[in-house]
Design a protein around this ligand. Structure first.
Ligand SMILES: NC(=O)c1ccc[n+]([C@@H]2O[C@H](COP(=O)([O-])OP(=O)(O)OC[C@H]3O[C@@H](n4cnc5c(N)ncnc54)[C@H](OP(=O)(O)O)[C@@H]3O)[C@@H](O)[C@H]2O)c1
Length: 227
């Protein structure tokens, strides 16, 4: 029997601000993180239930772009699919960040649609990927966000990890909301948490909502900028 799921959020709850965020005197997209964690703090995708994947799809259907760090792309067979009932008028753009440019060109994400790739690698070093996708050579994640806003009109950006990429953004005070699924597992292994260590100061979170579906909690936080 197929695993059942519930809609945790009604669409109206996921109408994100469209006005962007002022960062270093320029506009960037409104940034939303979505992660799943076990009760012992392991960001293991094995903890993700059908309802959690439905939340992911609901969030994807409400944003202009979805971005992943290269480590996640190298590890997981991510696909930017949406169920029929959640397909928006305008599909979100798939975006990948990589420092080195080492990405598996045969990854499912790169097979069917052109994607945006942002890299700190040397110009014209992404070879085959460059022939089929839009590659931007940039010097920082901030530059990527400014380009997403200005060139691609991405007003809302969903970040789907992993821990290193989350840290790169949050250490620059980039991030407005966190959707965290607290999955009812104790994993007990060495899997990372949702955030790689390296923040100079803790960020405060304001709890916006808590929803329970079966044994899992769906937490939504507003991220408060560090002073
Ligand atoms: N539980 C969840 O919700 C969830 C969600 C997503 C992912 N995950 C898990 O997270 C793991 C992957 O996470 P990860 O932390 O290894 O990788 P990641 O966060 O997905 O990717 C990190 C990216 O940042 C780049 N980078 C690293 N240091 C940098 C720096 N100083 N400046 C600029 N860019 C830099 C890396 O470049 P390079 O490409 O050159 O390495 C890489 O592209 C996987 O196991 C995945 O399953 C869990």
């Amino acid at each position: 029997m197929a695993e059942p799921y519930k809609d945790v959020y009604i669409p109206e709850e996921l109408k994100f601000p469209q006005t962007g965020v002022c960062h270093q005197n320029k506009s960037r997209p409104y940034v939303i993180f979505n992660m799943v964690s076990s009760v012992d703090g392991r960001a293991s995708l094995q903890c993700s239930s059908k309802t959690d994947r439905r939340v992911m799809a609901q969030l994807r259907s409400q944003v202009d772009g979805v971005v992943w760090g290269g480590g996640t792309i190298r590890t997981d067979p991510i696909a930017l699919k949406l169920p029929d009932d959640l397909i928006p008028v305008k599909l979100p753009v798939g975006i990948v960040w990589t420092r080195s440019g080492h990405l598996p060109g045969g990854h499912p994400l790169f097979l069917h649609c052109p994607r945006l790739v942002f890299t700190m690698a040397k110009k014209r070093s992404l070879g085959d990927l460059e022939a089929r996708h839009l590659v931007h050579y940039v010097s920082s994640v901030e530059e990527m966000l400014f380009i997403l806003w200005q060139t691609y009109h991405i007003k809302t950006l969903l970040v789907e990890g992993g821990a290193t990429f989350n840290r790169l953004l949050l250490e620059q005070n980039i991030g407005e909301e966190l959707f965290l699924t607290l999955a009812s597992f104790l994993v007990g292994d060495q899997t990372d948490t949702i955030l790689q260590s390296g923040l100079t100061k803790p960020l405060s979170l304001k709890l916006r909502s808590v929803k329970q579906v079966e044994n899992d909690l769906y937490l939504r936080y507003q991220i408060i900028a560090a002073p």
